[in-house]
Ligand binder design. Structure first.
Ligand code: SAM
Length: 223
């Protein structure tokens, strides 16, 4: 792919997510064309489908909560991990976060997040590469819809718990089977509209949780 920005422009239209009408995004309108258009590129890189072209329930709930409670991010350094199109990051930038980092292993997602920021006259800072195992120097780590397969959940959850010892960690999840059921504290929840094409159902109960840190004593987590 010669020009990632041109690719994103050509495969998406400007729209908004149902729960976050105040932030504009480059979005796929039908799943099939963009899926096919990126398939060979993704297969060559051995990475996932174009998650960045959809506003998943996770980032929608994160963004809604942050926009409704801007004081929670004001002046803070935030990382939107596995950002996809970066909706949660945009909400932080709009709400007055000091620094907003976006990370995704898909370079197209980093490009999309920056284009989406530009659409809203905001700015986010890309952080490339796989950050799992590192200790990001941020105050708040956000992740939306990251437990969509077992391999991912098994890698991410222990890392997030370790991060939670030195920073706040929020995860928003629409009821994926591999999301943590304990060691979490629910912040808010909402039923979000979804599409049959993407989710196989028309709504998903989505929860925003604080990930609790590993306990040095080994005592059990609150849930
Ligand atoms: C279902 S999408 C969620 C995107 C966004 N957070 C949202 O809720 O709309 C999952 C994202 O995780 C990213 N991802 C998968 N493994 C990752 C890793 N090790 N590090 C960073 N991002 C990763 C994928 O590329 C994809 O963009």
């Amino acid at each position: 792919m010669n020009d990632p920005a041109e690719f994103i422009f050509s495969q998406t239209v400007i729209g908004t997510a149902p729960l976050v009408p105040e932030l504009r995004l480059h979005l796929a309108t039908e799943i099939t064309p963009i899926w096919q258009a990126t398939e060979s590129h993704l297969a060559a890189l051995n990475i996932e489908p174009p998650f960045w072209a959809f506003a998943w329930p996770g980032s929608q709930l994160l963004a809604r909560w942050i926009l409704d409670h801007p004081a929670l991010v004001q002046g803070r350094k935030v990382l939107d991990f596995a950002c996809g199109g970066g909706l949660a990051a945009l909400a932080c930038a709009r709400s007055g976060a000091n620094t907003v980092l976006v990370n995704d292993i898909d370079p197209l997602a980093l490009e999309a997040a920056q284009l989406n920021a530009g659409l809203n006259a905001l700015s986010v800072t890309p952080l490339s590469g796989d950050q799992i195992g590192t200790l990001p120097e941020v105050d708040l780590l956000l992740c939306g819809d990251v437990c969509y397969n077992q391999q991912m959940a098994d890698r991410i959850i222990p890392w997030l718990r370790n991060c939670a010892q030195t920073m706040e960690v929020w995860m928003a999840d629409p009821g994926r089977p591999y999301a943590p059921k304990e060691g979490i504290e629910v912040i808010t929840s909402k039923t979000l509209p979804t599409t049959m094409e993407l989710e196989g159902k028309t709504s998903r109960d989505t929860r925003l949780c604080r990930i609790l840190p590993l306990r040095a004593s080994g005592s059990s987590h609150r849930s």
